[in-house]
Design a protein around this ligand. Structure first.
Ligand SMILES: [Zn+2]
Length: 309
């Protein structure tokens, strides 16, 4: 019998932080504490280790467009056609998503200028039901592509999504085909589409438009895949290799074209568009419609093409 037994439990670490909310943030990459203002000034990339924090759709547009942009289909909202309910009603999830992000659904589509090149950008919002692709997301992205096709301007889609929205069942899966068809028409019109894959890009989004870019660019260390690693391991009964489903692994295995630091992303896209011949004079006038936005008046002269090492 032990002469001494420990009767008291060890002291538990306090779970509550005494640091005021939102002033400092702990980096998931290097575990260092970063001043939030520094992080935002650096496009939400850790100044110490280069870890890429998740970005909201609005911040994404701000990081890519030169100045103001014209947003499209802002009032489009999901209707819950299946009256779906899992642990809570889908309607409640929609309301919570709207409250958290201020958006009606998980994507913002907009037209503006990217380094002087008139571009349509669709940026997905992870904060809205995991950036999942339902009917609204599918329709907005399709319309954005069709708008670009009409104006003869290039498209960028920034994916940040858990995949198709299961609360809309087969309707969400149909969006994969619809967006892909719109992209095929864009391709036939010889207009470029660059897909930007950010952390995470999975499920039906990876299985459709995210991998259909003329150039598929990923952010560093982003999770990109179709099924999650746990599901694959259980199915094939094998241990997956280190770094599986991360950008760098996919690049090494030929699944994507480039891994680009977020701070270089805008310059890289502009460079690629110019290379693909998308930076010609704007042909918006060909549609016969005057532009509604004030982007053109405020437009800065197009910068020189980004130098590549
Ligand atoms: Zn860090």
């Amino acid at each position: 019998m032990a002469w001494f037994t420990k009767t008291r439990k060890p002291i538990e670490a306090s779970k509550t932080s005494r640091v005021p909310e939102g002033l400092w943030i702990k980096c998931a990459g290097c575990a260092q504490i970063i001043y939030n203002k520094d992080l935002f000034a650096n496009l939400q990339v850790c100044v110490k280790c280069g870890h890429h924090f998740r970005m909201s759709a609005v911040e994404r547009l701000r990081s890519l467009f030169d100045d103001d942009w014209e947003e499209h289909d802002t009032s489009m909202a999901a209707t819950d056609p299946l009256a779906f309910c899992d642990t809570k009603p889908y309607k409640d999830r929609l309301r919570a998503g709207e409250k958290a992000t201020g958006l009606k659904d998980a994507v913002i589509t907009a037209t503006g200028r990217l380094d002087g090149i008139e571009t349509v950008i669709a940026a997905m919002e992870y904060g809205f039901i995991g950036g999942s692709m339902g009917v609204v997301v599918g329709e907005k992205i399709t319309r954005a592509i069709e708008r670009a096709n009409k104006r003869r301007i290039p498209v960028v889609i920034v994916s940040c999504s858990g995949g198709a929205r299961m609360m809309e069942g087969a309707l969400s899966l149909m969006q994969m085909a619809k967006i892909s068809a719109a992209l095929a028409r864009l391709d036939r019109a010889r207009l470029p589409f660059i897909s930007v894959l950010t952390d995470p890009t999975t499920g039906g989004v990876t299985a459709s438009f995210a991998m259909l870019g003329d150039l598929n660019i990923a952010e560093p260390r982003a999770l990109i895949g179709f099924a999650g690693p746990r599901v694959i391991e259980q199915t094939i009964r094998q241990k997956l290799p280190e770094g599986f489903q991360r950008s760098e692994f996919l690049l090494a295995h030929g699944m994507i074209d480039a891994v680009v630091d977020r701070r270089e992303l805008k310059a890289t896209i502009a460079w690629a568009f110019r290379f693909m011949g998308a930076a010609g004079p704007p042909v918006a006038a060909s549609s016969g419609q005057p532009r509604e936005s004030n982007v053109e008046e405020e437009e800065a002269p197009p910068g020189a093409p980004a130098e590549r090492g």
